[in-house]
Design a protein around this ligand. Structure first.
Ligand code: ADP
Ligand code: MG
Length: 593
């Protein structure tokens, strides 16, 4: 017999296993969700690869997931006919942590102070494969990759720091392809091996898995069976008549076991939006994107005509991406399907501009080839059209939030994703019209609640032509600057741009509804009340004073001029009409953009 080889877990795995076995007690049932989702991933991978390598399907087994329970012995087996694992895969995948979901969990755990109070983190993130040890003493994974001619068995036990791998030799256990996971349940968790319990969990946790999931269920049917008549009951007269012995029938219940389809496999995006409830959309979102909070908004739509595709888009309720992700998103936000086959979640950059990378969703197209690659996507006219529509829908969805009765919704959105939209001002000229109405700023007349540009315009005084702004590092310093004295006096509202990116965004927009954005600190402010005669007089009167001051300051200033912008302050230092504003200079120096 081939040898059994023993391997040590990577340190992180050991720590995770220890945590799972010894401190996570609540919400154990999520193990099923994790293992079924792995099975589904494995089927997705096989289906995707078989597009270009059809021979992978040569052992023509159906693509499905089968869960069998043995309640007497407390055993659950989960079998999928997916991509399976080679020996090396087993070492790489089940002995180390390089995986998204699990890594996310560990990070969240690190970020939160006490590990003890975080057993519900497991429900939020999942711990992937290792969640099998939430309920099992021993886990056996027998797996056959179509790339290998051998089937291997991985075996691990709770509370050990090592696992073994050997070749499968039991002919009864050989499978054509895929993975068979056997869980030997802990004494207290044997209840999970009840067929009805498993069926309920599958319905609860796996309703959006797009492969059929069968569970092994006991069934019964009724049957009429013939029974011989008991001679003692036969009536005398009948006997007398000497009729043929009559047959009597009886109804019995015949029991048998069989596979039962337990989930609904039609993808939610194929359904009629009118028939899908908000709860279903939210559930789908949480399951698909491994999120635990409800999304802020969703949008389900079909486009027809030139290019046909279906999509559901979501705006999350909090930002899960870091600052780096804005600039270089590797966020796997958009899951691309072609004719319902999952292709990749790595193409989001092609389907969405990077500044919209916070939007999550699924996109299913009938017009792309199944073997679509990044290169194809980049050059495809179809994708350009799709991208345009998706972006438009995303903006509609965001606009919807901004018009919601509940003002808090949009405040929440802005808090989390405002930065992204400002980046959009810089990167996506074409969509300025859609982005601008969504922007929010503090202003001289609204220091606590942000206002929209439309609100600003409504608030303009009759002779005002421009939209004024001042960039500063806080509302407080914007408010106290002497530049604004005259604007304040005339009751002209001034936007306070307090986020470093604000000013660049505004400068990229240039104007909104035909009103130019004007920096209130620049010289030559036109407040619609110019009196040229008077200005000329003043200039002459103070020409000598200005010369005197300029002489004293020398190169420190470009010029010294008479201005009508101030009221109570005697003088102010401003930047030239064509120069950078003080804020921009600060920004360029710190290179934060
Ligand atoms: P994740 O699913 O986030 O990658 P898991 O811990 O759930 O992390 O799984 C680890 C890896 O093990 C998977 O990425 C996959 O490569 C492999 N794996 C797990 N279950 C299966 C399976 N049923 N078939 C094939 N590969 C699997
Ligand atoms: Mg997983």
């Amino acid at each position: 017999t081939p040898p059994v080889e023993r391997y040590e877990y990577q340190a992180e795995v050991s720590r995770l296993m220890d945590l799972i076995v010894n401190s996570l007690y609540s919400n154990k049932e999520v193990f099923l969700r994790e293992l079924v989702s792995n099975a589904s991933d494995a089927l997705d991978k096989l289906r995707f690869l078989s597009v270009t390598e059809p021979e992978l399907l040569k052992d023509a087994v159906d693509l499905d997931i089968r869960i069998q329970t043995d309640k007497d012995n407390g055993i659950i087996t989960i079998t999928d006919s997916g991509i399976g694992m080679t020996r090396q895969d087993l070492v790489d995948c089940l002995g180390t942590i390089a995986q998204s979901g699990t890594a996310k969990f560990l990070k969240a755990l690190k970020d939160s102070k006490d590990a003890g109070g975080d057993s519900n983190l497991i429900g939020q993130f999942g711990v992937g494969f290792y969640s099998a040890f939430l309920v099992s003493d021993r886990v056996v994974v027998s797996t056959k990759s179509p790339k290998s001619d051998k089937q291997y068995v991985w075996e691990g036990e709770a509370n050990t720091s090592s696992y073994t791998i050997r070749e499968e030799t039991d002919p009864e256990k050989l499978i054509p392809r895929g993975t068979c996971l056997t869980l030997y349940l802990k004494r207290d968790d044997k209840g999970f091996a009840h067929p009805e319990r498993i069926q309920k969990l599958v319905k609860n946790y796996s309703q959006f898995v797009s492969f059929p999931i069968y569970t092994w269920q006991e069934k019964g049917f009724t049957k009429e069976v013939e029974v011989d008549e008991d001679p003692s009951e036969v009536r005398k007269d009948e006997q007398d008549e000497k009729t043929e012995k009559k047959k009597k029938t009886k109804t019995v219940v015949e029991k048998y076991w069989d596979w039962e389809l337990t989930n609904e496999t039609q993808p939610i995006w194929l359904r009629n939006p009118k028939e899908v409830t908000t709860e279903e959309y939210n559930e789908f979102y949480k399951k698909t994107f491994n999120e635990y909070l409800e999304p802020l908004a969703s949008s389900h739509f079909t486009t027809e005509g030139e290019v046909e595709f279906r999509s559901i888009l979501y705006v999350p309720s909090i930002s899960s991406t870091s600052k780096d992700d804005i600039v270089n998103p590797k966020t796997k936000n958009i899951r691309l399907y072609v004719k319902r086959v999952f292709i990749s979640d790595d193409f989001d950059g092609e389907l969405f501009p990077r500044y919209l990378s916070f939007v999550k969703g699924v996109v299913d197209s009938n017009d792309l080839p199944l073997n679509v690659s990044r290169e194809i996507l980049q050059e495809s006219r179809i994708v350009r059209i799709m991208r345009k529509r998706l972006v438009r829908k995303a903006f509609d969805m965001i606009l919807g939030i901004s018009m919601s009765e509940n003002r808090e919704d949009y405040e929440k959105f802005w808090d989390n994703f405002g930065k992204y939209l400002k980046l959009g001002c810089i990167e996506d000229r074409e969509n300025h019209k859609r982005i601008a109405p969504l922007l929010r700023f503090f202003s001289s007349q609204s220091e606590e609640d942000m206002i929209s540009l439309d609100e600003y315009i409504e608030n303009m005084i009759p002779e005002q032509k421009d939209i004024f702004y001042i960039a500063a590092d806080s509302v407080k310093s914007a408010k106290n600057t002497p530049f604004l004295e005259r604007l304040h006096e005339k009751k002209i509202e001034v936007l306070y741009l307090v986020d470093p990116i604000d000013e660049v965004a505004i400068q990229n927009l240039k104007s909104y509804k035909e009103k130019n954005f004007v920096d209130a600190t620049k010289e030559d402010l036109d407040l619609g009340d110019k009196n040229e005669e008077k200005e000329k007089e003043m200039k002459q009167e103070f020409a000598q004073t200005c010369d005197f001051i300029k002489k004293h300051l020398g190169d420190k200033v470009a010029s010294v001029q008479i201005s009508n912008r101030l009221r109570s302050s005697p003088c102010v230092v401003v930047t030239g009409k064509f120069g950078w504003s003080a804020n921009m200079e600060r920004l360029m120096k710190s290179q934060t953009v």
